[in-house]
Design a protein around this ligand. Structure first.
Ligand SMILES: [Zn+2]
Length: 141
């Protein structure tokens, strides 16, 4: 059964202001071919574009396709911010939107602060995602 005990934060690892949700949808269709009940192949539940606009691509109750490590696809909500935060900074609007979603999900599902993680902080994950410039936000949160 899908639970919502964790929030896992990702970056797209592509250019912040040029990445479209459709491009991610195509990549994830090839990678996972796992369609959400909202009709998207995007493996994350939420996507935050460079301009801060939030799109929901999977229902919270849908299994994710964003983090196999520690079985997170069945116990987490995945949020992805457009950008490569190893080399660029998240926009102010993206961080405002991220905080808004995180606050709401925490309240809705009683998620503990300790369970809000960057992808690379998940047990067994081998990735730089979500990049050092976003990880610092998560660590401060
Ligand atoms: Zn990731």
């Amino acid at each position: 059964m899908k639970t919502n005990d964790f929030i896992i934060i990702h970056h797209s690892a592509t250019a912040r202001d040029k990445t479209t949700l459709n491009a991610i949808n195509k990549v994830h269709q090839k990678l996972f071919n796992y369609k959400s009940s909202l009709g998207w192949y995007v493996g994350y539940h939420y996507f935050i574009a460079g301009n801060g606009i939030i799109r929901q691509t999977r229902k919270d109750a849908d299994y994710g396709a964003h983090c196999r490590a520690d079985n997170m696809n069945s116990k987490a909500i995945g949020i992805c911010l457009s950008g490569n935060f190893e080399i660029e900074q998240p926009s102010e609007k993206q961080l405002v939107s991220l905080e808004k979603i995180v606050e709401r999900l925490k309240k809705d599902y009683n998620i503990k602060n300790d369970n809000i993680l960057g992808h690379c902080q998940v047990l067994g994950a081998k990735t730089a995602c979500p990049g050092k410039n976003l990880l610092s936000w998560i660590e401060r949160y």
